[in-house]
Design a protein around this ligand. Structure first.
Ligand SMILES: Cc1cc2nc3c(=O)[nH]c(=O)nc-3n(C[C@H](O)[C@H](O)[C@H](O)COP(=O)(O)O)c2cc1C
Length: 225
């Protein structure tokens, strides 16, 4: 290499390094963008209090560039587990009962890094629609080596007065037996309200959801690292 070649040599290296840096930056951004949380609202009432609480969690997730999708079960066809155990025979990550939305929901759960299961309190427990989703997706997950393992899970509950903790526990039982990871918040993830929109007046409930969203994002990023 002659002295006159030297500048070209350095320029070439600077250009290569610059391309490498830009590629890595894009790649890291892409990785971050890829993260997604899917939420299932088990309420019979679309866009009611449960949906409002989920959207408060979503707001924080979005701030952290995490994609979100809300699936509202209201009005959708969904039935309970038939205990046919075909999921254990087939081991195809699908429920053998066809003709309702469960397999679509399972697919969304598999694709997501985080899963929110949200429900109003009905007689001190979750709605039958959400319980159907838990029973069927939970059994399919068990039949397929705990296929939701180490995804982040969070329960969200709307309640008028009492029974929310029992409903909250029902959902957490699903997460824990599925080997999922559950972030906490500043209180149990509960918002108070009766008529649609009432939860907006429950300041502590909304703060709890925001904190949950921030903690969920933090945990998902840690797991991704
Ligand atoms: C069938 C049914 C049962 C309910 N049971 C309870 C209950 O046990 N405890 C309670 O505090 N509220 C109960 N509620 C009130 C709802 O939990 C409350 O209105 C909640 O905010 C509804 O959320 P949503 O707007 O997302 O449907 C019940 C409502 C219905 C329709």
């Amino acid at each position: 290499m002659t002295l006159s070649d030297k500048p070209h040599f350095f320029t070439r290296h600077v250009i290569v390094l610059r391309f490498f840096y830009l590629f890595m930056r894009e790649w890291l951004n892409e990785k971050e963008k890829e993260m997604k949380v899917v939420a299932f609202n088990g309420s019979a009432r679309k866009d009611g209090n449960t949906a409002i609480l989920v959207n408060a969690v979503f707001k924080e997730l979005k701030k952290q560039h995490i994609k979100t999708e809300l699936v509202q079960l209201a009005g959708k066809k969904i039935r309970g587990c038939t205990a046919c155990r075909k999921c254990f025979e087939n081991q195809d990550k699908r429920c053998a009962v066809k003709g309702d939305i469960v397999n679509d929901c399972i697919e969304k759960m598999l694709e997501a890094d985080g899963i929110i299961l949200a429900s109003p309190t009905y007689f001190a427990d979750i709605s039958p629609e959400l319980k159907a989703l838990i029973d069927r997706s939970g059994f399919v997950a068990k039949a397929n080596q705990d296929m939701f393992k180490r995804k982040v899970g969070a329960a969200v509950i709307a309640v008028r007065r009492a029974g929310a903790i029992h409903a909250f526990d029902t959902i957490n039982h699903f997460f824990f037996i599925s080997q999922m990871v559950v972030p906490g918040s500043s209180y149990w993830n509960v918002g108070l309200g009766l008529a649609p929109g009432d939860v907006n007046s429950d300041d502590e409930g909304i703060i709890t959801m925001k904190t949950l969203g921030a903690n969920m994002a933090w945990l998902m990023k840690k797991i991704q690292e």
